[in-house]
Design a protein around this ligand. Sequence first.
Ligand SMILES: Nc1ncnc2c1ncn2[C@@H]1O[C@H](COP(=O)(O)OP(=O)(O)O)[C@@H](O)[C@H]1O
Ligand SMILES: [Mg+2]
Length: 362
Amino acid sequence: MSSQSAVRLQIDGLGRAFQGRPVVRDVTLSVAAGQVLCLLGPSGCGKSTTLRIVAGVDWPDTGTVRVDGRVVTGEGRRVPPEERSVGLMFQDFALFPHLSVADNVGFGLRGPRAQRQARVRELLERVHLDSHAAAFPHELSGGEQQRVALVRAIAPRPRVMLMDEPFSGLDNRLRDGIRDETLAVLKEEGTAVLLVTHEPEEALRMADEIALMRGGRIVQRGAPYNVYNNPADREAAAFFSDINVITGEVNGALTETPFGRFLVPGGVQDGTVVDIVIRPQHVRIDFDREGRGPLPTPQDGTPARAIVVRSRFIGKESLVEFRLDQDGSRMSATVPSVFLPKPGTPLWLMIRRDRCFVFPRK
Ligand SMILES: Nc1ncnc2c1ncn2[C@@H]1O[C@H](COP(=O)(O)OP(=O)(O)O)[C@@H](O)[C@H]1O
Ligand SMILES: [Mg+2]
C-alpha cells in the first residue's frame, strides 16, 4: 500500500457516557494519510467528545484509538496527548501572547536550531505571513492569527490533525479563503485530518469523506456528493437543506401523491406510510396556461397546480412557498433570483423522480 492511502487514524467501537447518558455510541471511523474526514452533526451530538478521546484528553468506556496502527487509547493503554503525534486546532485556539509569530510556530519543534528556523520560515511563507514573523499575536487580524495557529499545529508534522470547528470564529467573507488555504496546506503536508463541524457547507466544501453523526452514532458515511444526493434517511436529507416532504400510503408498490404515482423501494408492504423527500432546488416550476399546465413526463411525473403563498429574494436565488390546489399542502422551491413571483400567482410544480428520496416511515 502506498503511504498516501495508509490508514493513519483508526477508531473502533468508541463509547462514552456521562452520568449514565450515552453521548458517543459505537463510533468506528478511519482516516488515511492525505485524507480529510469531516465529522458532521448538530450541536450536542457527540462530535467534540469523540475528538477529545482521539486527542487523549478524555477516555472512552469502550473502544480503541490507533495512530499508525499503534493503540493509543484502549486495551488498557492511555498514551498522553503529547506522545500521540496528533496536532490540535480548536475554535478558541490560543496563540502564546508573549511569543512572536515565529516563536509560536516553532514552539513544538525539536532538533537543531537551523532546521527549526527553516521549518518556521517555510510555513510562514506558505501562508504569506513571513513578513509578520517578528510580530506578536495581538498585532495580527483574526484571519492571520488563524493561519498562525494552523501552521503552529502542523509544524511538528503530526501524523493526524484534529480540528474542532476551527473556522467558526471567523467572519463569513474571510472564512472561505482560509478554509481553502488550510485545505491546501493540509493536503501538501499529507496529514490525516479529522475535522469536526456542525455546518454542512463546511463539510461539503472541505471533506473527502463525511461521517454524519446524530445522537452519538454515525448514521452515514460517504463522499460529500453521495451523502448529499443519497441520504440515509429523512433526517440526513434535512440536515443539508430545507426539504419538502410528501406523505403517501403504499398500495401495490406504488403511492399516490398530488404528483402522480411513485414507485416505492422493494419490500415495503402495502399500508406502509412513506415520506417522499425532495429538496427545494429540485422542484421545477412552469407557467399556468389558463388553468392547464405542462404535460406529464416519465421523468417529471404529473405536474401539480399550486398558488404562490410567499416569495423571498435571498440573493443568488428566490425562495418561493406554494400551496397545492389538490390537498392544500405546502411546498417550497428555489428558483433563480431573476424570478420573484407575486403571492396569489398560480404556477405548476413538477418534481424530478430521480431527485426524490423515498423513505418508509419508521
Ligand atoms: N464532561 C462532560 N460532562 C457531562 N456531559 C458532557 C461532558 N462533555 C460533553 N457532555 C455532553 O455530551 C453531549 C455531547 O457533547 P459534545 O461532544 O460537546 O457535542 P458536539 O461537539 O457535537 O456539540 C452534550 O449533551 C454535552 O452536554
Ligand atoms: Mg463541539
